[in-house]
Ligand binder design. Structure first.
Ligand code: NAD
Length: 322
């Protein structure tokens, strides 16, 4: 990283993901760097500003962040929030003079909104650069600094040498995906695949267990056969097959089912928009929609879809006395 880089950074959105990402930056940036932060929730700002009183400074709006900082990272929930953070005529990033600034949106949103923001910036501030760079790895990954960034640009992009070291302070992998909005397209297609696998995995375990198989045997069979995948291996939806899977801790830690529903819906919309045939999309969306509204599943890890589909969680021989 060059000496002059990242002296004045901005961060908007200090939630479950944004806060730990900011903490990595506060711990790792050169001593003289300052980070200007903004969140609509006052307490979120108070917490980080009091933890790093000299280094993390509170801004009054996204516009104020953009005014103070040269490089701005945003991490908010949905497309409507991204639109307001960037395009709000009185308080948005683009209501400041952002000429020559570097803007990185890490939120998982629809590609159309991301492109709309990028086009607006290109039109009004041709020397500014905007990138989509959604992340994968969850809250635990954000805390550990192991998240992956899917960066919406080519490997030959002129800013890649500035972007990569910054992201490597918050995560362990940066994958340039080819061009604008393609980081998002990659992320949505990944979560679609992961979500479909979790449903298929839940159904496969359930039919095997109802036929009399021990789920640990089934897990060994899948791992040895053509069905091997990370959901069965490390995020097994059936509790107590893999001790560190969220299911084994009551589905408490992990990727919330409502977030899976959101990303799955965005992926299905993207498939429609680009004319991709998508036979599992509607049924998958219906399943995650139902699970995210079910009081027994809401707020829990998305692999709780196994519970939603009626899977037996109380299978352990010791528990059953078998
Ligand atoms: P969150 O709801 O915990 O945090 C979002 C933060 O943005 C909140 O503090 C909220 O107050 C703030 N915010 C909302 N609107 C704002 C505005 N207009 N101006 C300033 N701040 C505003 O959400 P999160 O879990 O941190 O997720 C953020 C993004 O990351 C989402 O797009 C999500 O899909 C994605 N993501 C989440 C996870 C995860 O496991 N939580 C994993 C990967 C990606």
């Amino acid at each position: 990283m060059g000496e002059s880089e990242f002296k004045k950074l901005g961060f908007v959105g200090l939630g479950a993901m944004g806060k730990p990402m900011l903490v990595h930056l506060a711990n790792k940036l050169p001593k003289e760097s300052r980070i200007y932060v903004y969140d609509v929730v006052e307490d979120a700002m108070n917490e980080v500003c009091s933890k790093y009183p000299e280094r993390v400074l509170r801004a009054s709006s996204a516009k104020d962040v953009a005014h103070q900082a040269d490089t701005i990272i945003t991490m908010v929930p949905e497309g409507s929030h991204v639109r307001s953070v960037y395009l709000d005529p009185s308080h948005g990033v683009c209501s400041a003079d952002i000429s020559n600034k570097l803007l990185i949106d890490c939120s998982t949103i629809d590609t159309a909104t991301s492109l709309e923001v990028k086009e607006h910036i290109e039109k009004h501030f041709p020397t500014a650069s905007f990138y989509d760079s959604p992340v994968s790895g969850g809250v635990v990954g954000a805390i550990k600094g192991t998240i992956a960034f899917f960066l919406g640009c080519a490997e030959s992009d002129p800013n890649i040498k500035r972007l990569t070291p910054l992201m490597e302070m918050m995560g362990k992998q940066v994958i340039p995906c080819g061009g604008p909005s393609l980081g998002l397209a990659a992320k949505l297609s990944n979560n679609y695949l992961s979500g479909v696998i979790a449903i298929a995995c839940s159904e496969a375990f359930d039919m095997g267990m109802r036929s009399g198989l021990d789920p640990r045997t089934l897990a060994k069979v899948y791992a040895a056969g053509t069905a091997q995948n990370a959901i069965c291996d490390r995020f097994c939806p059936v509790p107590h097959v893999y001790p560190e899977a969220p299911s084994s801790g009551g589905y408490k830690q992990g990727f919330k089912v409502q977030l899976m529903r959101k990303d799955f819906g965005l992926a299905v919309d993207m498939a429609k928009r680009v004319g991709s045939k998508n036979v599992l999309g509607e049924v998958g969306l219906e399943t995650y929609d139902g699970a995210s509204k079910d009081p027994n599943c809401r707020d829990l890890d998305s692999r709780v879809v196994y519970r939603y589909l009626g899977g037996n969680e109380d299978w352990q021989p010791t528990k059953n006395g078998a």
